[in-house]
Design a protein around this ligand. Structure first.
Ligand SMILES: Cc1cc2nc3c(=O)[nH]c(=O)nc-3n(C[C@H](O)[C@H](O)[C@H](O)COP(=O)(O)OP(=O)(O)OC[C@H]3O[C@@H](n4cnc5c(N)ncnc54)[C@H](O)[C@@H]3O)c2cc1C
Length: 561
């Protein structure tokens, strides 16, 4: 099928939210064009290679829900579930929290988790049972009732989801206080809170409970071959159902005439028309840059401008000359220098660097020993992450105007070097000496994230996942402008791989006026799955997602002949 425009729908951005949305629309008969400004599709789920020897993941290190949960359902609805392999992390300790004087290994299964918490803090048994019980009740209610929308009958919702209503949007600090928990058990309960990067005083109970549940239900997994495998398969669905993914295509404006979206104009002035536009680009850029202020409903620009972005991440990528699996079990380490995680965010609020930042340590080669692509034989990769202020001044970037050229500025290089060495110091405390073994080293900062995905303040989690910006308080998939829809991390299904993919399904549902989630749960598989070709021996996911502008141009030219 070699259909070109006119398009039924244009999706701005090829992260997992955009590709999932486009795949569901294409598989349901819509002619979809995905436009991606960078030259590799996949957004945060990308991998990148160095010297043809090392492969690193940007933003997919571990996920849950791949057997029967949300991610598996999203993949099943497109016929992809059996085409993608997942490798499980240690079920008895997929996350390992390292504190100054003890370690805690997080097992899968709510009962195992609670048992280990009680074993570690026997004096707090009652409070821990109350706290974990509340998490479970809240996610149970959420699964039964979903996120309320404008049409929801609130009295009915309160009756059906009493725990969600009572606790969901309150902070985990309030819940911990109510349960009388001490500093150390709170630190353990929030040991992996870098997965959403919000201080406990602003973290909604429903967010935290859902994150824990995501891993408790069936464990934590890595995608065999690396994160790029997911966008590679979604692109296959889009292309085999008559859609197109076009890279190197930056959307400069979303066009609206008489209150209705009419398409987009690319940087370079090409205008592409479609009656539906779905933006998965950063929410502030969507409303404040891509749309003419004149077309926005009164007050919307101020609301969007007022959103706080989630704290951005900093990542160090190392290639090592030995097999790290000899020193590291199949776990993620989270090293914490202190128990009160609120303090981490005091530094962020003060636009300063933490002198002893938390560090998350994960290794694709240790998680996925069966794949050959991560590192040369006998070698390994490791990724070290923390979260930090996005302040240009703190990062030594001279000015907003000079921000585009940040990477060569002396102040920036000094700030980056400092944090890189701090993270390596921390990793060495857990993994032993690394420095003499480093064959490849590079780092990504909030500025790097902005450069590659055009996100505000380098955030990869969208607007802060906080009590005043969560669930129904996040932007809906349908906007006030006819034909303009949203998906992506700032919308109602939230951030992360699961949030982005769920949001993709919701936005496609909003466009089609159907509830695709219910249809998938009922066993529906959309599109012609016999046409799918991605995967298998010799298939290279990164190559499948690269430089699609050339291929699109060739296909369009061929179709025109
Ligand atoms: C370091 C790091 C580690 C992470 N680890 C995990 C993890 O282990 N597990 C997990 O679940 N989540 C993790 N995440 C989060 C997760 O990767 C993201 O939340 C999710 O992938 C975001 O998907 P998205 O589609 O909403 O946005 P993105 O992936 O950011 O996609 C948006 C896309 O839109 C494009 N775009 C923007 N503006 C334009 C424009 N004007 N024109 C055309 N294209 C445009 C961007 O280039 C980008 O490709 C991590 C993220 C990072 C950065």
């Amino acid at each position: 099928m070699n259909r070109t425009g006119p398009w039924d729908a244009i999706v701005v951005g090829s992260g997992l939210s955009g590709l999932t949305s486009a795949a569901y629309l294409a598989a349901n008969g819509k002619k979809v064009l995905v436009l991606e400004q960078y030259d590799v599709a996949g957004g945060c789920s990308q991998t990148f290679r160095r010297k043809n020897e090392w492969q690193f993941d940007v933003g997919l290190h571990y996920i849950g829900g791949v057997k029967t949960g949300d991610i598996s359902r999203v993949l099943k609805g497109l016929g992809l579930h059996d085409r993608i392999d997942f490798v499980e992390m240690d079920p008895d300790g997929f996350d390992t929290f390292v504190f100054p004087d003890f370690e805690f290994r997080v097992p899968k299964g709510w009962d195992n988790y609670l048992d280990r918490l009680v074993e570690t803090f026997p004096d707090e048994e009652e409070g821990l049972r109350q706290c974990v019980g509340t998490f479970r009740d809240v996610v149970g209610d959420l699964a039964g009732s979903g996120i309320p929308g404008v049409d929801t009958d609130l009295a009915d919702f309160v009756a059906r989801a009493p725990n969600l209503v009572a606790w969901g949007m309150r902070s985990i600090t309030e819940l911990f206080d109510e349960c009388g928990l001490g500093e150390r058990s709170r630190a353990v309960l929030t040991g992996h809170a870098g997965d959403y990067a919000t201080p406990p005083s602003r973290t909604p109970v429903v967010l935290h409970a859902s994150l824990v549940d995501h891993y408790m239900q069936e464990g934590a997994f890595y995608v065999r071959g690396g994160g790029q495998v997911l966008p590679g398969h979604l692109i296959d669905v889009i292309h085999s159902n008559g859609g197109r993914v076009r890279t190197h295509a930056e959307v400069a404006s979303i066009n609206v005439v008489d209150g209705t979206a009419t398409g987009v104009t690319l940087s370079g002035d090409e205008t592409i028309e479609a009656p539906i536009v779905i933006s998965t680009a950063d929410i502030k850029r969507t409303f404040l840059d891509l749309l003419d202020p004149e077309v926005l409903p009164d007050g919307l620009a101020e609301i969007v401008d007022g959103y706080r972005m989630a704290t951005p991440l900093v990542c160090v990528y190392l290639g090592l000359d030995f097999d790290l699996a000899e020193r590291m079990p199949n776990t993620n380490y989270w090293r914490h220098s202190r128990y009160d995680s609120e303090e981490y965010y005091d530094f962020v609020a003060a636009e300063k660097f933490d002198p002893d930042p938390p560090v998350y340590i994960t290794s694709a080669s240790a998680k996925d020993p069966g794949s050959t692509g991560h590192a040369p034989e006998g070698c390994s990769t490791v990724e070290l992450m923390t979260w930090a202020t996005p302040s240009l001044e703190a990062w030594g970037v001279e000015s907003e105007e000079a921000a585009g050229k940040y990477s060569k500025q002396e102040g920036y290089l000094a700030a980056k070097d400092k944090i890189v060495e701090q993270l390596i110091d921390s990793a060495e405390e857990i993994l032993g000496e690394l420095r003499p073994h480093i064959l490849w080293k590079e780092a990504a900062t909030p500025m790097t994230q902005t450069r590659y995905t055009q996100s505000t303040d380098g955030s990869s989690y969208g607007i802060e996942l906080a009590t005043d910006q969560f669930g129904p308080l996040r932007p809906d998939f349908k906007t006030a402008i006819d034909g303009l829809f949203l998906a992506g991390v700032s919308t109602r299904r939230g951030h992360g791989i699961v949030g982005a993919m769920n949001g993709g399904v919701e936005s496609a549902s909003a466009v089609l006026g159907r509830n695709l989630r219910h249809e998938i749960q009922g066993g529906a598989v959309f599109g012609d799955i016999s046409r799918l070709t991605a995967g298998g021996e010799g298939w290279d996911a990164l190559e499948a997602c690269r430089k699609l502008q050339d291929k699109s141009a060739r296909r369009i030219a061929a179709a025109a002949v």
